[in-house]
Write a protein that binds this ligand. Structure first.
Ligand SMILES: Cc1cc2nc3c(=O)[nH]c(=O)nc-3n(C[C@H](O)[C@H](O)[C@H](O)COP(=O)(O)OP(=O)(O)OC[C@H]3O[C@@H](n4cnc5c(N)ncnc54)[C@H](O)[C@@H]3O)c2cc1C
Length: 477
């Protein structure tokens, strides 16, 4: 019972996502989680377009869409707006929904596919051997226990025990202390956008949950309170007024808390048989709402690779997890950090310059597309090898098919082959446009592109079958 293919430490969004992917591919996976029950706290409130595409490719987006509200853009400083409607995605918005909803959907999905989630288990350390890893900790009854697996995924958040156990530092710096957040009922609410603005010594975000309740996040440079101190409602309300000029008819608070944020990233996402995903690997400013989203996307990237290697694929695929996801984490640190620094500019000259430059940038359609693409994750792509088709590493969901969509096709398969419009094969989906045939990875990125009538098609199929034998679906063979 204490032996699995993969042990995942932590049942947050990143842990449940990777467990779901492994279980879906038929691997035995056990999740060890120290909390006896799922967290009711709604830390993250936004699910971005790329995360929705990923969840949709596993049939999980509808449950979230039914319980969330769609923010079609962001209202920034000086009345500027970032329109998400320009996104080349079926989800051209930010879905505002409490993190507890996302956690619930991901945990149910993992359990439905057969992942074991053991709650009340606190992991205290691990030892790597040549052919596996032994994890030790305390179970729900307080007994010392050991669990073994071929691989371990540390999805245990910012204070990761797994990261410490494999000897990795978490370099970076403290960013902001004592940020206040609250769920507030507003009687004179803002438009359907995420509203972000700042005074010279404070900032605030306001996001609609769609049911009259709003998430308010605010920070005040003069507030020296410890994170453990309760939020003073009148102070939070005053900070909101200073930052955005109104309290939007503040009427009632149902929950409030404080948090601190750092900017940190591990230098390696893999150490032998142990991998880090989500907050265990990177943390950053809450600007842009990227943490949960990036963690889910890390998990999606790692899940199919581990499943493939457990099915006999070459282990070198596992190195591509760090190669692909570390740069994405680094970019998120940079962009969310830059946003918060731009918000908090103090000198009048710097703020005026920011307002002029950002107004100019946001008047250009291409720049809006680029910023919205980065913010939503849809512009993430992975490096390709020399000589590979320029489409390799790009996301595939935007490819139009004659029947159905790439996203729905990915629900029933691992790798997906798509023929050109005039492809003679009848057993695979065909493109509705004039692009090349492609092989799509389980996480929705293009692994190969070319002509389906060439010998290359066969060679590609053979290569991927050899590398990822267990993950090649019947549709791709
Ligand atoms: C106020 C706030 C607002 C945010 N807003 C957004 C947003 O809008 N969008 C967004 O994308 N992100 C947002 N985030 C960030 C987001 O909440 C995190 O990035 C996300 O929860 C990270 O997911 P994770 O699975 O990596 O880690 P976590 O959610 O932290 O999960 C880690 C799990 O590991 C368990 N664990 C820890 N140690 C052990 C151990 N030793 N043994 C067993 N189990 C262990 C924990 O109990 C926990 O369940 C926000 C964060 C905060 C604080």
């Amino acid at each position: 019972m204490n032996q699995s293919d993969v042990l995942v430490v932590g049942a947050g969004p990143a842990g449940c996502m990777v467990a779901g992917e492994l279980a879906r591919a038929g691997r035995s996976v056990t999740v060890l989680e120290k909390h006896a029950a799922p967290s009711p706290l709604s830390r993250a409130f936004g699910v971005h377009a790329r995360t929705l595409e990923i969840l949709d490719s596993r049939g999980m987006a509808d449950a979230l869409l039914a319980n969330g509200t769609r923010a079609r853009g962001l209202k920034l400083w000086n009345g500027l707006e970032l329109d998400l409607g320009v996104l080349p995605s079926s989800f051209p918005f930010l879905l505002v929904t409490p993190q507890s909803n996302v956690d619930r959907v991901l945990e149910s999905n993992a359990r439905e596919h057969g992942a074991r989630i053991l709650r009340g288990v606190t992991v205290r350390g691990l030892v790597q051997r040549g052919d596996g890893v032994t994890v030790h900790g305390r179970d729900a009854e307080g007994r010392e226990q050991q669990w073994t697996a071929r691989y371990v995924v540390g999805a245990d958040g910012v204070h990761s025990t797994v990261r410490t156990a494999i000897g990795l530092d978490f370099p970076g710096k403290e960013l902001l202390r004592s940020i206040m957040l609250a769920d507030v009922r507003l009687t004179d609410p803002p438009n359907g956008l995420i509203n972000v603005d700042a005074g010279t010594d404070c900032f605030a975000f306001v996001a609609p949950f769609g049911d009259g309740w709003f998430r308010v996040i605010a920070w005040d440079r003069t507030d020296g309170a410890a994170e453990s101190e309760p939020v003073d409602e009148s102070r939070l309300r005053a900070v909101l007024r200073r930052a955005v000029g109104t309290d939007y008819g503040w009427s009632e608070v149902r929950w409030s808390s404080r948090f601190a944020c750092d900017e940190r990233q591990v230098s390696r996402y893999r150490e032998g048989r142990v991998f880090l995903v989500g907050d265990a690997a990177h943390v950053h400013s809450p600007a842009g709402g990227q943490g949960m989203n990036t963690g889910i996307q890390d998990a999606m990237n790692l899940g199919w690779k581990l499943a493939a290697v457990l099915g006999g694929a070459d282990q070198k695929i596992l190195d591509t997890y760090h190669d692909e996801r570390h740069p994405v984490g680094k970019l998120v640190l940079r962009s969310s950090g830059a946003t918060i620094r731009m918000l908090l500019l103090r000198s009048v000259v710097a703020r005026t310059l920011r307002n002029i430059v950002s107004a100019r940038v946001l008047r250009r359609q291409r720049a809006v597309g680029r910023i919205a693409g980065m913010f939503s994750g849809v512009s993430i792509s992975y490096a390709r090898r020399r000589g590979e088709h320029p489409l390799v590493g790009r996301r595939a969901v935007q490819i139009p098919l004659i029947d159905g969509t790439v996203t729905t096709a990915l629900r029933d398969t691992a790798f997906l082959m798509i023929g050109e419009n005039d492809c003679s094969r009848t057993d695979i989906p065909r493109r509705a446009d004039h692009g090349p045939a492609v092989l799509v990875r389980p996480d929705g990125y293009i692994a190969w592109a070319g002509r389906s009538d060439s010998n290359r098609w066969q060679a590609v199929r053979d290569r991927w079958t050899a590398e990822c034998s267990a993950s090649i679906s019947p549709a791709a063979t």
